[in-house]
Ligand binder design. Structure first.
Ligand SMILES: Cc1ncc(COP(=O)(O)O)c(C=O)c1O
Length: 410
């Protein structure tokens, strides 16, 4: 890192541990640092830049909108907002959208709307939530309250009371946790920050069954796994879920900050003017960008399915080679290499070799590439990971396992 940058960086609150690289430019699946070194981006700003970097079409609509009108506030309706809400309704089946600025804000909105639903119905004690162990829904106080990780929660208590966490596959625990005081269950169809852990079909079916039987609202947190990343508009569609609320963020603006809470009509009709708000929500620049992104995602869906299958296959082959890989988990272009050792040395060795991935849940190498990623990119990324695994885990890795051993651990 250059001296000037490192001096200035002292003014940035160090809430993140940062890698010693400064990216100054991007193009498609590539990033370039200040020394001109080229990297393959398999993280896309943590699942955000789905169209890759410096997408000419996205750049053009942002430029055009910025020269036309950027912001007027929510005191005034604009057709771009209606168009984006209609598009999201067509994708999700949820008829209404509340616009905000980030994933965590979308979660906050969903948590509030769930409580408002029961309050409006005159049922004032359905205020509690059920959430999942290893779940992550953001860092603001409400979202943090339904986020499991003690390291994130403990310094900031007391959080919202009445949140019960259950293990991902604990169907009996789920049935016991949902009571006549539960407003909503919140779950990520594929847990992201918790280590790329898809819900099992049996557990997902139990969630749908329990919410339907008890009337408990279902909040499907699709902020990381949704919006085309697994080849469908929303990953929960693969479970046949009918969520009442879906928070989205990250990919929707492909880098322009925007979030949205998607709301089913029966919930929406209990919400009145003044219940919730944010100055920037529905901002015309981000709305215009999101409309462009979602149109592109429609076209990309078959490509994502094909590239997801290829990535999964290549990572499976990598698992055969490296004993430290205990499992490959994920779907589509959201994949995690679960290791028996700390994943950080692998992430650092990859970065040195020109591949951007990250560590999550200590032992998982997470991949969230741009959805425009091509077969040559995948080939290159897996090649770099192969070398990084070999160098970073030398000593930890043992002999090659048999196919039976590998399959047993998947
Ligand atoms: C599933 C999930 N929900 C919520 C959030 C919070 O979103 P943001 O950090 O964009 O506000 C994240 C962020 O990683 C996430 O992965």
């Amino acid at each position: 890192m250059s001296n000037v940058v490192s001096l200035e960086a002292q003014h940035v609150l160090p809430t993140y541990k940062r890698h010693p690289v400064v990216f100054v430019r991007g193009e498609g699946t590539r990033l370039f640092d200040e020394n001109g070194k080229r990297y393959l981006d398999f993280l896309s700003g943590i699942g955000v830049c789905v169209l890759g970097h410096a997408h000419p079409g996205l750049a053009a609509v942002i430029a055009e909108q910025s020269k036309t009108l950027i912001h007027t506030s929510n005191l005034f309706y604009h057709p771009l907002q209606g168009r984006l809400a209609a598009k999201l309704a067509a994708m999700s089946g949820l008829q209404r959208t509340f616009f905000c600025n980030s994933g965590t804000e979308a979660v906050e909105a969903c948590l509030k709307f769930a409580r408002r639903y029961w309050y409006s119905k005159g049922i004032r004690n359905r205020t509690q939530y059920v959430a999942l162990e290893h779940g992550f829904s953001g860092r603001t106080m409400g979202a943090l309250s339904v986020t499991a990780n003690a390291q994130y929660r403990d310094p900031f208590g007391p959080l919202i009371p009445g949140v019960t966490f259950i293990a991902q596959d604990d169907i009996q625990g789920l049935e016991a946790a949902v009571t006549d005081r539960t407003a909503a269950i919140i779950a990520e169809p594929i847990q992201g920050e918790g280590g790329v852990r898809p819900l099992s079909p049996a557990f997902a079916a139990a969630v749908e069954r329990v919410t339907t039987a008890t009337g408990t609202l279902l909040i499907a947190d699709e902020i990381q796994c949704g919006l085309g990343r697994t080849g469908r508009p929303f990953h929960c569609q693969s479970f046949g879920w009918t969520p009442d609320l879906i928070p989205v963020g990250k990919a929707i603006g492909s880098g322009i900050p925007i979030g949205a809470a998607l709301v089913a009509e029966h919930v929406a009709k209990e919400i009145v003017a003044g219940d919730h708000g944010t100055t920037y929500g529905g901002n015309l620049l981000s709305t215009r960008a999101a409309l462009f992104v979602l149109d592109e995602l429609d076209t990309l869906a078959p490509h994502v399915k094909a590239m997801g299958a290829l990535l999964e296959q290549k990572l499976g082959a990598l698992q055969q080679k490296h004993q430290v890989i205990t499992a490959v988990k994920g779907a589509g272009l959201m994949q995690g290499l679960h290791l028996s050792v700390d994943a950080l040395p692998v992430v650092e060795a990859s970065l040195k070799a020109g591949l951007v991935v990250n560590r999550t849940a200590e032992t998982v190498v997470r991949m969230l590439p741009p959805l425009i990623v091509g077969p040559a990119d995948i080939e290159e990324a897996v090649g770099i990971l192969d070398g990084a695994l070999a160098s970073a885990t030398a000593g930890a890795a043992g002999t090659k396992r048999t196919a039976e051993q590998v399959n047993a651990s998947r």
